[in-house]
Design a protein. Structure first.
Length: 245
C-alpha cells in the first residue's frame, strides 16, 4: 500500500487544480480582511473591523467549503479512473486501492486546510482589532468541530466519485444526501419531536450554524461525522469492488 500511496501522492501534489483552489480561497480571505481593515481605518467607530467578526465570516463560508470538497476526490478518482484497471493488474487489491487513494485525498485536504487556517490566523491577528480575548480560542474550537464533518464530506464525495462518471451527478447526489434532509426536517420539526431532534443533529445544521455560539456538546459533530464517514467508506468500498474497469 505504501508504494501505491507514494505514487498517488506524487500525482496529487502536481495537480494544478489543487493549488488554484487554495489560491482562490486565500484571495477571498485576503479580500475580506483588507476590506474590513480599510473601513476600520477610515471610520473609527466601524463595529466590524475586529477579529471575532472576521473569524465568524470565515466560519460562515463552511457550507461553501463543504460543497466544494469534490475537488479533492476528483484529483484521484476523476479523469484517472480509466487507468484503475492498470493498478488492479499490478496485483493490488481493490480494497487497498480504494483505501490508499482515500488516505492520500485526506492528507491533501489536511495540508490544504492547515495552510488556509494559517492564512486566516495571520490576517486576523495582524489586520483586525482584538475586541474579545477569547475570539481566537472560539475560532479554533469551531474549526475543530467542523473537521469531522469535512472528513465525512470527503469520504462521501469519494464514495460517489468511485462509481459515478459525471461530475454533475456527483454534486447533485451529494447535495441531496446532506442538505435535502436538513430542509425537510426543518419543515417537519414544528410538528414532530423526532424531526426537531434529527434536524439539530445533522451535518448541515452544524455547518450552517458554524459562526453562531456553540449551543451543543463538542462531541456531537464528531459523533455525526464518524457515523457518516464509516457508512460512506463501507458503501464506497462495496460499490468499488463491484465496478468493472
Amino acid at each position: 500500500m505504501l508504494n501505491l500511496m507514494k505514487s498517488e501522492q506524487y500525482r496529487f501534489v502536481r495537480t494544478r487544480s489543487y493549488y488554484l483552489s487554495g489560491l482562490l480561497y486565500i484571495l477571498l480571505m485576503v479580500g475580506a480582511a483588507v476590506t474590513l481593515y480599510a473601513f476600520q481605518q477610515s471610520e473609527p467607530n466601524f463595529p466590524y473591523g475586529n477579529e471575532r467578526f472576521f473569524y465568524r465570516n470565515v466560519l460562515s463560508m463552511m457550507p461553501v467549503v463543504f460543497v466544494l470538497l469534490f475537488i479533492f476526490p476528483l484529483i484521484v478518482m476523476g479523469d484517472n479512473k480509466n487507468v484503475l484497471k492498470n493498478t488492479v493488474a499490478y496485483g493490488y487489491s481493490r480494497q487497498t486501492i480504494y483505501t490508499a487513494k482515500l488516505l492520500i485525498t485526506m492528507a491533501g485536504f489536511f495540508l490544504f486546510a492547515l495552510v488556509l487556517v494559517g492564512v486566516s490566523l495571520l490576517l486576523g491577528t495582524t489586520l483586525m482589532v482584538r475586541n474579545v480575548d477569547h475570539a481566537l480560542t472560539e475560532y479554533m474550537r469551531m474549526l475543530l468541530n467542523m473537521l469531522p464533518l469535512m472528513i465525512a464530506g470527503i469520504t462521501t464525495y469519494y464514495c460517489l466519485a468511485a462509481v459515478m462518471k459525471k461530475n454533475a451527478q456527483l454534486l447533485i447526489a451529494y447535495l441531496l444526501i446532506y442538505f435535502l434532509p436538513h430542509y425537510i426536517l426543518g419543515y417537519l420539526q414544528g410538528r414532530f419531536t423526532w424531526a426537531a431532534w434529527l434536524h439539530s443533529h445533522g451535518p448541515a445544521y452544524y455547518l450552517l450554524n458554524a459562526y453562531e455560539d456553540m449551543s451543543y456538546a463538542a462531541w456531537e459533530p464528531w459523533a455525526v461525522g464518524a457515523v457518516y464517514t464509516l457508512v460512506f467508506y463501507m458503501l464506497g468500498l462495496y460499490l468499488f469492488k463491484k465496478e468493472e474497469f
